[in-house]
Write a protein that binds this ligand. Sequence first.
Ligand SMILES: [Cu+2]
Length: 128
Amino acid sequence: MDKNIKLQLSVLASIVILALSSCGGGTTASQSTPEQSDGVVRVIADDTQKFDQERYTASPGVVEIEYILDGFQAHNLLIEGFEEDLVLEVENGETATGSISLEPGRYILYCDIAGHREAGMEAQLLVE
Ligand SMILES: [Cu+2]
């Protein structure tokens, strides 16, 4: 992978981390970012067959997921045990969105294309 793409990825990842961490405090509601008030979970995938984070968080209820492909390889996103309810598919830099109703708990996000989950396309989704 060339350096520019890597740099872009790490910049993107840090933006997401910042966005998430800035609203992780809980009590400072007035500081919440648009992403958090939307309740949107943003998952970024790339051509290295990894998600941008190992853990995502969401609030219980209808959880909106935005699946962003920063690359070209086809990927999908499913939630273990809820494969019938949500499948997001992307390729060639697409973004797919979908929503699912989730109760508090810990869920597993993964890509079910052969070999991808094993390569690292698996992450936790903490709903609390
Ligand atoms: Cu994949």
